[in-house]
Design a protein around this ligand. Structure first.
Ligand SMILES: O=C(O)c1cccc(C(=O)CC[C@H]2O[C@@H](n3cnc4c(=O)[nH]cnc43)[C@H](O)[C@@H]2O)c1
Length: 268
């Protein structure tokens, strides 16, 4: 770690990145000279929400989905490492769907675990086999516990698992399936696990922070409350202050799913 903690915040779309940088109220946003342009035209914007003593947030809109998120995150982490100024923490941030009864619209959630919920294979009986069940790969990255507690205390965020899906849920049946398979899941989004894979490859701890814009369930775009969620995201980052300082020696570690996140039964 450098003297001033450097945090890479990765969102999917520019509107989410704007919501994060708004936490500094404009005053902490560096001018064009402070904007870093990475390969593939990725732009990293820097804000200093806590003033000189707080963390430096470098905010990147890397694109929608786990692959774009992983590629963008890896590019930014590699650029920083090669420049001799590596990041101490990566945060996957944005809006999310909340599981009904677990995370209401407007709630902020912070991840205990970032879980790849659809990385695997469909079984003959229609069940799901994760890559762990198949014997190759992992589906879970855990966030540092102390950091999760500190972020929740500072922001009022709910703590639990955040699922990463490549296809957003659009039916009640799929929502029930995911909720049943992941009893600790509060929300689903589309980038967290990709961000975590890149962070783990660089030995950097990872966290996911999301504001709920819609319910996970039957697709109803008109019911999404994107503005409210983006405002909640800004408030969460404003409240964070020093809480976003990484704990020492807590790199992202892929973990096997706990009993509560494993499918109850799988059939090959
Ligand atoms: O249309 C807009 O103004 C707008 C502003 C900000 C963000 C968006 C997005 O559509 C972001 C997509 C992003 O949001 C996550 N997300 C949100 N809800 C869900 C969900 O129910 N299931 C999965 N992902 C969700 C996701 O991470 C997307 O990348 C639009």
């Amino acid at each position: 770690m450098t003297a001033t903690p450097r945090v890479l915040v990765v969102t999917a779309v520019p509107a989410e990145a704007d919501a994060v940088t708004a936490c500094a109220g404009g005053a902490g946003v560096q001018g064009p000279a402070g904007e870093l342009v990475l390969p593939a035209g990725l732009r990293v914007r820097r804000v200093l929400p806590g003033g000189a003593s707080g963390p430096v947030l470098d905010v990147l809109a890397a694109g929608v989905g786990p692959a774009a998120a992983g590629a963008g995150t890896a590019t930014a982490l590699t650029a920083a490492a090669l420049a001799g100024d590596p990041y101490g923490l990566v945060v996957s941030a944005g809006i999310a769907g909340g599981f009904p009864g677990r995370a209401p619209l407007g709630a902020v959630v912070v991840s205990e675990a970032l879980v790849a919920a659809d990385l695997g294979a469909q079984a003959l009986d229609g069940g799901f086999l994760s890559v762990t069940d198949l014997g190759f790969g992992h589906t879970v990255h855990r966030a540092p516990e102390g950091l999760v507690r500190a972020v929740a205390a500072a922001t009022g965020a709910l703590t639990g698992d955040v699922l990463t899906v490549a296809t957003a849920t659009g039916t009640a049946a799929r929502a029930a399936e995911l909720a049943g398979r992941h009893p600790r899941a509060l929300a689903e989004a589309m980038e967290g696990f990709g961000v975590a894979e890149a962070a783990a490859a660089h030995g950097v701890p990872v966290l996911e922070l999301r504001a709920v814009s819609n319910a996970v369930g039957p697709r109803d775009r008109a019911a999404w409350r994107i503005g409210d969620a983006l405002a909640a995201l800004t408030e969460a980052f404003r409240a964070l202050g020093p809480a976003l300082v990484p704990e020492p020696n807590q790199p992202a570690q892929p973990t096997q799913p706990t009993q509560s996140t494993r499918p109850t039964e799988v059939t090959r």
